[in-house]
Design a protein around this ligand. Structure first.
Ligand SMILES: [Zn+2]
Length: 286
């Protein structure tokens, strides 16, 4: 087996762009510190809405291929080299928003057998042996079927890989403390007249918002703010960036958070009131 760095971080996401929005600063920081960062993306986001009119002709498989290139460009900005599509590119397709007929497409990720999809992820886990796994909460952060399924598959794969000989020491869900979101939206209200965006999103539109006390871990990625913004910009079909804000296809402005937050759900919490390092307390070189 090839030698991997001592610290290994695995992130599981639903679509290209989710990783940069949720964890871009974290990924850039750990990559810069020499950790091995592996991203597994479950679908190519073939049903995503395209923002730029000049790219609006892209749909389905053509959009998926385009978004795969956007993902590579984003990962170049973050310094992340190990990027994989769950089960190989095109194995699982985007399920579309909850409640649409798209959800019934047998090829879509929402229809995937969780154990079978998890088996693909177990292969990656056994190869990389991550000490830290990051994914969404059981609502997928905001209820998108692919995000919910990514959560199920990641949590199941963690179980199965433990049975197969590699127990991931720490598992986290993406979170944002409500107070942080409220403060950043208050600033956004003040800044809105100067922005190219007409309207603000609401606090509860931000995936993973929870009561502050649920948040166990804070990763300060402010030194990597530019890399995160550049990675988000690379997902041009999905995101318009005007630092320190962005919009998705709904055109509702949100803050770009460069300090990222997590809830430890498996494993032992490191020292301090809140951890400041996802690897806190992890024995290295295992
Ligand atoms: Zn997504």
């Amino acid at each position: 087996m090839t030698e991997l760095p001592d610290r290994r971080l695995l992130l599981v996401h639903a679509h290209p762009d989710d990783e940069s929005i949720n964890n871009g600063a974290t990924m850039a920081r750990y990559a810069a510190e020499g950790a091995h960062v592996t991203l597994v993306t479950c679908t190519l986001g073939e049903r995503g809405e395209v923002i730029p009119p000049e790219l609006a002709h892209l749909t389905g498989a053509a959009l998926g291929r385009h978004r795969r290139r956007e993902l590579d460009a984003a990962m170049a900005e973050l310094g992340v080299q190990d990027v994989r599509l769950l089960g190989g590119a095109g194995r699982y397709s985007d399920s579309g928003m909850m409640g649409l007929p798209d959800n019934d497409d047998p090829a879509c990720f929402w229809q995937a057998d969780v154990d079978e999809a998890a088996a693909h992820l177990v292969e990656v886990i056994r190869e990389v042996r991550p000490q830290v796994l990051v994914t969404y909460d059981d609502n997928g952060g905001y209820g998108h079927p692919d995000h919910i399924q990514a959560h199920r598959v990641a949590m199941r794969a963690a179980e199965l890989s433990a049975e197969a000989g590699w127990k991931i020491p720490k598992v986290y869900w993406n979170r944002v403390p409500r107070s942080v979101v409220e403060q950043s939206f208050a600033r956004l209200q003040d800044d809105l007249p100067g922005l190219p965006f007409a309207k603000s999103a609401a606090v509860d539109d931000v995936p993973g918002v929870v009561a502050d006390e649920r948040v166990t871990t804070v990763v300060d990625g402010t030194a990597h703010a530019a890399a995160k913004a550049a990675a988000m910009r690379a997902h041009a079909t999905q995101i318009t960036v005007a630092e320190p804000y962005f919009v998705l296809s709904n055109e509702l402005a949100q803050p770009i958070l460069t300090t990222e937050y997590y809830e430890l759900v498996r494993g032992e919490r490191g020292p301090g009131e809140r951890e400041t390092d996802l690897f806190a307390g992890v024995e290295e070189a295992s």
